[in-house]
Design a protein around this ligand. Structure first.
Ligand SMILES: [Zn+2]
Length: 580
């Protein structure tokens, strides 16, 4: 229309009636051909989403001067780095963070409100991705409750796993939908939940079985293992660590924590020790595979499996965008056992950096970094060990509900309702669950009971807040960041009745007798603060200091390829990655 001569002559005639400078601009524009903006970039061949379990936002920068090139330095020097990125939900646990990164939704919407929740229909606690409709493809790969150190895995009612409990689409689902199922979509991790969540409903997931030392999957994804998976498992990489140790990678004098290998708050898990070298023991010893996961070896296994997957499934080898999620779990286990400020954590990070460098070099060789979008983030951050903070003058400690003197609280509840302990069904972080059956039988008002118990809870040592679900459902909550995070975590079908928040630097560290040094899961900044780094393709090198949220990652990936944002997505597109 702009080049139509009749239109142009009319425009010129009209131009004489109003101010010339503006019109001359229009005419110049009209006489040259109008070009519309093209889609921002060509489709990447591969989207590589890396999640480092428990990587607090400061950790890649803390040892920056000690890192060679190619790993974090590639992302930080060549990519767009968000320096103030946070999770916006209160329960900073592994499945919650992974599902948030995958879906761009808050847990209130994606439904993964905790690693565990009370399924009132089933009448028991459920593990986030357990699914009795499916089974593990390997018979010997189920959870061994006698050696399992992950308390959430022990609670699972079945070994079957699937993404069915994730209530909305993931980015990977949207990619599958956008490309009519032609994209190859995979998730890999030591942790089942780290793999399943990111692969979404449409992708395929593999994770590490501590029971048999293999990468395994469930019948949700496959009827039988692809041949290359059998071949990887048969080559014996896991058993190659037999009799070996985790020792420092570099000269001890080069480490920040060189004089702090043995800190009294570190945990000696089943004889793995508090000082280097940490022995994996022989491959037939009961805790061999557990010890591998408590060290950088877990990440090395994931890296090798992921590279084989990329090669055998030919990821990124044609013009359809493929997706690979790699979730590295070692940083989480090492943080739990030794704390983020420890020689173990420092060596783990330096080795993680080498693992990343290896992965990026492999992607460059096989796909080309210019054809790849890399995004790295974390499912949550990490607290410091209370002992470490106490030495720096901060009040910090472990919350021990067993030691609380509950006598007066119980008496007050009895005076008011006739019963006390019977009102509570259970506490499972972060929720206290009331016994709804008893409440009904006694004809008690749930809101009144919730509020009465919440009022009692805040009197105990270490408790900062107790927020009832009735209060959350009302519209008159104070508009604070903390309440917003608890609300973002609130799903009426899965959340418990009272959300318990401990004071900053205070947390429970006793899990059925397994004592750990650090536990994340709070709404405080050290647990919400994570890196978000994009690199590859035409992503510009820049550091962004505005506050962003992890819900922004998935819709940004969708925007990049032009697909729909995931169905529950609450985030905004991180526009800086499109800058020239
Ligand atoms: Zn985690």
């Amino acid at each position: 229309m702009f080049n139509n001569p009749v239109f142009l002559s009319k425009l010129k005639a009209y131009a004489s009636l109003i101010s010339l400078p503006i019109i001359s601009i229009i005419v110049v524009g009209a006489s040259s051909s109008i070009s519309f903006a093209k889609p921002p970039v060509k489709q990447p061949r591969l989207i590589l989403q890396v999640t480092v379990d428990q990587l607090r936002g400061d950790m890649p920068f803390r040892y920056y001067d000690r890192l060679p090139k190619g790993g974090f330095k590639y992302l930080i020097e060549k990519g767009t780095v968000y320096m103030d990125a946070h999770h916006a939900h209160a329960n900073t646990e592994t499945i919650v963070g992974h599902a948030t990164l995958a879906t761009g939704a808050h847990p209130a919407v994606h439904g993964m409100v905790g690693n565990l929740w009370l399924d009132r229909g089933k009448g028991r606690m459920v593990y986030n991705i357990e699914d009795d409709q499916y089974s593990l493809l390997s018979k010997d790969a189920g959870i061994d409750k006698s050696t399992e150190i992950d308390p959430t895995q022990k609670a699972a009612g079945t070994d079957g796993r699937s993404p069915s409990a994730i209530m909305v689409s993931t980015f990977s689902d949207e990619l599958a939908s956008y490309t009519a199922g032609e994209s190859k979509i995979f998730g890999v991790s030591v942790k089942d939940r780290g793999a399943v969540s990111m692969a979404g409903h449409a992708g395929k997931a593999f994770w590490f079985s501590k029971a048999n030392g293999n990468f395994v999957t469930s019948s949700y994804y496959y009827e039988k293992y692809p041949e290359w998976v059998n071949a990887w498992n048969a080559k014996g990489m896991t058993s190659s660590y037999s009799g070996k140790t985790w020792s420092l990678l570099n000269d001890p004098s080069t480490y920040l924590f060189r004089n702090a290998d043995d800190q009294e708050w570190e945990t000696d898990v089943y004889g793995f020790g508090r000082t280097f070298p940490h022995e994996f023991k022989e491959k037939d010893s009961k805790l061999f595979t557990t010890f591998l996961t408590l060290s950088p070896a877990g990440d090395e296994l994931v890296l090798d499996f992921a590279k084989t997957l990329m090669e055998k499934e030919a990821l990124g080898q044609d013009n359809t965008t493929d997706y690979l999620s790699v979730s590295f779990s070692s940083t989480d286990y090492v943080g739990h056992v030794f704390g983020p400020s420890s020689l173990e954590s420092e060596d783990n990070l330096i080795r993680l950096d080498r693992t990343l460098a290896d992965l990026f070099a492999f992607v460059d060789k096989t796909v080309g970094l210019k054809n790849t979008i890399i995004v790295l983030s974390a499912d949550h951050g990490s607290p410091e060990a209370p002992g470490y903070l106490q030495k720096k003058g901060l009040a910090a400690g472990y919350v021990q509900p067993n030691t609380w003197d509950k006598t007066k609280a119980i008496q007050r509840l009895k005076d008011r309702f006739g019963i006390a302990e019977e009102l509570i069904e259970m506490y499972e972080h972060p929720y206290l669950y009331l016994n709804q059956k008893v409440l009904k039988e006694k004809k008690l008002d749930p809101a009144e009971v919730e509020n009465a118990i919440a009022e009692e809870l805040v009197n105990f040592e270490g408790v900062a807040m107790a927020v009832s679900s009735t209060a959350l459902a009302s519209s008159n909550l104070p508009e604070t960041d903390l309440y917003r995070k608890i609300l973002n975590n609130f799903n009426p079908t899965r959340s418990g009745d009272i959300y318990l928040v401990f004071e900053p630097h205070w947390f429970i560290n006793d899990f059925d007798g397994l004592i750990v040094t650090c536990t994340h899961g709070s709404p405080w900044t050290y647990d919400t603060f994570v890196p978000i780094m994009f690199a590859g393709s035409k992503i510009p090198a820049k550091h962004i200091y505005r506050r962003v949220n992890t819900v922004d990652v998935a819709p940004t990936l969708s925007r990049y390829i032009g697909a729909s944002p995931p169905s529950g997505s609450a985030g905004s597109v991180l526009t800086e990655i499109f800058d020239k």
